[in-house]
Unconditional design. Structure first.
Length: 151
């Protein structure tokens, strides 16, 4: 019997590994910046989605890919902080209609400025042409991954 040998393969060089590493580093930077504003990353995602027009937890889950349990906890936390309000949906007894409050808008604006500054600092590593190309390539990869998952 011939002994098999592992293929020469370094997981750290794969696209998923590199993207995960990049995402992890960026999320650490985002988390530190958001902690200074008193809101966690998932809470920020929820607040940002409501500020930009999402009105239900289902819409937020769909837009962010965040687990529905996390979204539910974030909605509760943001409501307790007075940054969101929640009212029964007139068309779906299971859903709540979310609205950002005035204090929520103030906090969102503060955090959005922080996030914009952080993004600009990260993207300063690129020229304007490189930035545009990077964003196009990310979108192309996202679409291709979607085609693989949902042919």
């Amino acid at each position: 019997m011939t002994k098999q040998t592992p293929l020469e393969f370094n997981y750290g060089d794969t696209l998923p590994a590199r993207l995960q590493s990049l995402s992890s580093e960026i999320q650490k930077a985002v988390g530190e910046n958001l902690a200074n504003a008193g809101v966690g990353l998932n809470d920020w995602r929820v607040l940002a989605e409501v500020a930009n027009g999402a009105t239900t937890a289902r819409e937020i889950v769909s837009a962010t890919g965040v687990d529905k349990g996390w979204v539910s906890r974030s909605i509760a936390a943001l409501t307790d902080l007075g940054l969101l309000t929640s009212a029964p949906s007139p068309t779906d007894s299971r859903a709540k209609i979310l609205t950002i409050t005035e204090p929520g808008i103030e906090r969102y604006n503060e955090m959005a400025r922080t996030m914009r500054d952080l993004q600009n600092r990260l993207l300063d590593a690129f020229s304007a042409d490189e930035h545009a190309a990077f964003m196009r390539l990310i979108e192309r990869l996202r679409r291709e991954a979607g085609r693989i998952v949902r042919p």
